[in-house]
Write a protein that binds this ligand. Structure first.
Ligand SMILES: [Zn+2]
Length: 436
């Protein structure tokens, strides 16, 4: 057992429903077999457990491991393609790179770069948008398994509009998906995600094949895109005889509590009602929406409709892996919406980047906060002395104020340690896949 000693901040209760930030100075967390088995005042816990090793993290603060609910593994090397709206960016930036992942050696290198990006950013749980090539999805699962990350991913499928090398057929998609799921779903911390790219490039036939896989792989997840860009929304409506974007998935039984749809910048009220009724989640990706000019996310409408929202970095249309930056950009967006926006506190931002994501992925009983019974998935924020974040934390008026400074000033280089299931996998610039 290890007794961690730190200032610990987390959000076990939903701030959109009255919850507040939980902040505990000189907190003790006793971890056994990766699980937090006791929590309380350090001095008291130490007296009860005098023989356990103590890891003193009192400098800086400890937060739960961050959760990214929408992040594209094949795009890590094309982050930063600024200046284009969605459909041009896909044609000129993302899709040419995604075609290169047909080469499994290249895919292995991209998977390594991608997982390193997650670890450096303190992201311990992710719903990862995979590749169109089964061999590339295979190496993504391998890389996530090597590090012990909680990753849900799968084969991306499309059967129209995209360049020919990225297309498949409903039968082939079904076979390859079932094969990948049979080897990886439920192995360690890995799970399978049924992943049509988006309705624009997925006919009813391939969505039906997705529904078959989703129904047959017990406990699998479903993810795709929805209502990201107005030109895209218009094209989808034309392709599906005027159906709403959400309905293109819903009519195949793909909108469920195990479904996460990315973006939803331009939903109708009936679509929000459907998402809420089905218990599906939306992955809000604010830096991507800003970079592509997709629009300002209507968070208030989602919350008022009862739709669960979590956060995604959307790499590569986003601007990197930092969920702290996504939280800050979400805050900016709501400010820019004026009266239509939903003012966010630092507790909201931490909730969105941790517990909300864990809930959206059905992992709320295991991760998302640092309560007794949860896995010890955590990050240690340790800014350099003299750094503006260190100065800010040293002068914070309250825990909420300190957390605001973390979101305003924090970067991935401020993350001094990362743990998953009690295993430390990074410390400063040192990183170590778990031993298997
Ligand atoms: Zn995306």
């Amino acid at each position: 057992m290890t007794l961690f000693r730190a200032t610990v901040l987390d959000t076990p209760d939903d701030p959109f429903d009255g919850g507040v930030l939980r902040a505990q100075d000189d907190c003790g967390l006793l971890v056994e077999g990766g699980v937090i088995v006791a929590r309380g005042d350090f001095t008291t816990l130490r007296a009860e457990h005098p023989d356990e090793d103590v890891l003193d993290l009192r400098e800086g603060m400890v937060l739960p491991g961050l959760v990214d609910t929408h992040v594209h593994f094949p795009q890590v090397r094309v982050i930063g393609g600024l200046g284009m709206p969605l459909l041009d960016w896909l044609d000129q930036c993302a899709l040419p790179e995604e075609m290169r992942l047909a080469d499994v050696d290249m895919a292995r290198g991209v998977a390594r770069d991608f997982v390193t990006g997650l670890v450096d950013a303190g992201t311990t749980t992710a719903l990862v948008f995979g590749s169109h090539f089964a061999s590339a999805v295979d190496v993504m699962f391998e890389a996530a398994d090597l590090w012990g990350l909680r990753v849900t991913t799968g084969l991306v499928t499309s059967d129209r509009i995209l360049p020919e090398p990225l297309l498949t057929t409903p039968a082939r998609a079904y076979e390859e998906s079932r094969d990948l799921a049979s080897r990886w779903h439920g192995k360690g911390r890995l799970r399978y995600a049924v992943t049509p790219r988006f309705s624009l490039s997925a006919s009813d036939a391939i969505l039906e094949s997705c529904a078959a896989t989703f129904g047959e792989v017990d406990g699998s997840w479903f993810t795709s895109h929805v209502n990201e860009n107005t030109a895209e929304v218009k094209e989808v409506a034309e392709l599906f005889g005027g159906a709403s974007y959400v309905d293109t998935y819903d009519r195949h039984g793909l909108v469920t509590p195990r479904s996460v749809l990315a973006h939803n910048v331009h939903p109708t009220d009936p679509e929000l009602a459907t998402l809420a009724a089905r218990g599906a989640s939306v992955a809000h990706c604010p830096t991507s929406n800003s970079a592509l000019g997709s629009g300002l996310f209507p968070l208030r409408r989602h919350v008022e409709a009862g739709v669960q929202v979590a956060m995604g970095s959307d790499v590569g249309a986003g601007t990197g892996f930092s969920m702290l930056k996504e939280g800050l950009q979400a805050y900016f967006m709501q400010r820019l919406l004026g009266d239509a926006g939903l003012p966010l506190t630092s507790a909201h931002l931490l909730w969105l980047c941790t517990s909300a994501g864990a809930r959206s992925l059905g992992l709320g009983h295991e991760v998302g906060d640092l309560s007794v019974g949860k896995q010890f998935d955590a990050i240690w924020l340790l800014p350099e002395a003299g750094d503006p974040l260190a100065v800010g934390l040293g002068n914070a008026k309250s825990a909420d104020d300190a957390l605001s400074k973390v979101f305003a000033l924090g970067t991935t280089s401020d993350i001094g340690g990362v743990w998953v299931g009690g295993d430390q996998i990074a410390a400063g610039r040192w990183r170590m896949p778990r031993r298997t």
